[in-house]
Design a protein around this ligand. Structure first.
Ligand code: ADP
Length: 510
């Protein structure tokens, strides 16, 4: 950052891996970073990595990471000039961006008006349609009641998707295949939306089959320049939540990339966008695409784009917030190689992804060529049910998709997490799956492949070495070589990891 920059110190209003990621970007820009933390996070890596750390209250997010007065108070007390919201928590709340500005601080993100316009999905649809961006067929305003919803569903032809106008995270969304299900699905979607967002409005969209989720990353500065950084393929989802992302998409040709990028840039310009944002599209089998929504923040999956375009998105966000022009130029951007990201979460894939809580007894992240580990938790840290179950993002880059895939397989086998179940074994099963390897995926992939990937047979095969590893670790603990494992099952994907571990133990003995 230049000497004349108005930003010297940034409050990072988040936790976990994304807080650490932002702190790293601040330091690379020669800025100081201030962390905030709730009580259970006092030993978290982001707290130590920051230049200053401020306690902001107990575990429940409304009393800590979602408390606007506490965050602004922390920024003021520590002399920050800017606030980076990360993703989740307050990142897409226009009133937070507004409050930060009203306090005389710089919000590292888009203007509150853009967040407001795009936060309401029906308003976003109207804006996109006006800007000439193709949208999913459906209603342009929320439906008044089930009579209107039924009339719209008939007009659009079933199946349809009922969606909360204020929606996010797959909440307030219901798939309706039969007319008879409509009234109860509408009621369920409305009450879920009211609970989650304080607004129960629901609209109707045609449910499109055989679609891929493909999104375009954009960066925009205060000089009216909007740059599209290509696409990310995010079709590996469970209950409309992304689990694996990659860049580029095997389904996107250079010509299609240009068309989607132009639509994304038009979408961003239409709302006076600034900073990093993502325009999500559904991409059909014949290359037609429609706007789903725009996320007005940094995305979880931004690293795959960073690796193939050689751009640090968070550093660009900081520059834009400081009133500087983007460093990237649309004309020179070409994707190089391929990147895949696996979200390693504290969830048990063999128990319907049941979220797990507990202490991480032992953690060995993978490393080596082409591997990036964006984590925010380490051995001794506690995983609580108060927050998102993300432990880390494991990202692999290779010259080709096949090389990236091999590296991801190798890295997943190197990873050791003991103390709580994780999604590690699930990711390994997907990487080993011939359909995934051929790129034959769409948003229904997991519905189709789930049973094959996560059968009881696979589970017992994976479980066998675990008991042996638990014994090995217990012995290491006795000799002081490792922290004590928790009584819950340690989680390892296969025999190769066991072998790696046994070799390590032999080395320790010598
Ligand atoms: P949210 O904001 O709650 O995440 P999105 O509108 O982004 O909701 O949709 C989440 C996911 O749901 C998409 O990635 C896609 O898999 C699926 N989806 C959404 N709309 C449709 C649709 N009209 N047809 C088919 N699938 C859809």
């Amino acid at each position: 950052m230049s000497d004349v920059s108005p930003i010297k110190r940034v409050l990072v209003a988040n936790r976990g891996e994304i807080a650490l990621r932002i702190i790293r970007a601040c330091h690379e820009e020669a800025l100081e970073a201030v962390a905030v933390y709730s009580e259970p996070d006092r030993l978290a890596p982001h707290v130590r990595a920051a230049d200053v750390a401020v306690p902001i209250g107990p575990a429940p997010a409304p009393q800590s990471y979602l408390s606007i007065p506490k965050l602004i108070g922390a920024a003021r007390a520590t002399g920050c000039q800017a606030v980076h919201p990360g993703y989740g928590f307050l990142s897409e709340r226009a009133e937070f961006a507004q409050a930060v500005g009203d306090a005389g601080l710089i919000f590292v993100g888009p203007p509150p008006e853009a967040i407001r316009a795009l936060g309401d999905k029906t308003e976003a649809r109207r804006r996109m349609q006006a800007a000439g961006v193709p949208i999913v067929p459906g209603t342009m305003r929320p439906v008044a009641d089930h009579v209107q919803a039924r009339a719209e569903a008939v007009r659009l032809r079933l199946p349809v998707l009922l969606k909360a106008a204020a929606g996010g995270g797959g909440k307030g969304m219901r798939l309706v295949r039969e007319e008879g299900e409509l009234a109860s699905a509408l009621e369920a979607a409305q009450s879920e939306a009211l609970k989650a967002f304080g607004a129960g409005e629901v609209y109707v969209e045609k449910y499109l089959e055989h679609q891929r989720h493909v999104e375009i990353q954009v960066l925009a500065d205060s000089f009216g320049r909007v740059v599209a950084l290509g696409e990310r393929e995010c079709s590996i989802q469970r209950r409309h939540q992304k689990l694996i992302e990659e860049a580029p998409s095997v389904a996107v040709t250079p010509a299609l990339r240009r068309r989607m990028s132009d639509a994304a840039a038009a979408a961003a310009s239409a709302v006076g966008y600034r900073s990093a944002g993502t325009i999500e599209f559904l991409l059909g089998p014949t290359g037609e695409f429609c706007f789903l929504e725009m996320n007005t923040r940094l995305q979880v999956e931004h690293p795959v784009t960073e690796l193939v375009y050689g751009v640090d998105i968070v550093r660009e966000q900081l520059r834009v917030a400081a009133g500087q022009p983007l460093r990237v130029h649309a004309g020179t951007l070409q994707p190089r190689g391929h990147a895949i990201e696996c979200r390693i979460t504290a969830e048990d894939p063999f128990h319907d992804f049941l979220p797990a809580a507990g202490t991480i007894a032992y953690l060995r992240p993978p490393a080596g060529p082409g591997i990036r580990w964006d984590g925010g938790i380490e051995a001794g840290n506690e995983v609580t049910l108060f927050y998102d179950p993300l432990i880390a993002k494991l990202i692999a880059w290779g010259e080709t998709r096949a090389v990236a895939l091999q590296r991801m397989q190798r890295a997943l086998r190197e990873l050791v997490i003991v103390g709580i179940p994780s999604s590690q074994a699930f990711h390994l099963r997907v990487m080993d799956d011939p359909d995934f390897q051929r790129g034959e995926i769409d948003i229904a992939y997991l519905e189709r492949a789930g049973a094959r990937l996560l059968s009881e047979e696979i589970r017992s095969e994976l479980a066998r070495p675990l008991a042996v590893v638990a014994a090995l670790l217990a012995e290491e603990c006795r000799t002081g070589a490792a922290p004590p494992p928790q009584p819950s099952t340690p989680w390892l994907p296969d025999r190769q990891s066991l072998w790696v571990h046994a070799a390590r133990r032999e080395a320790l003995r010598e």
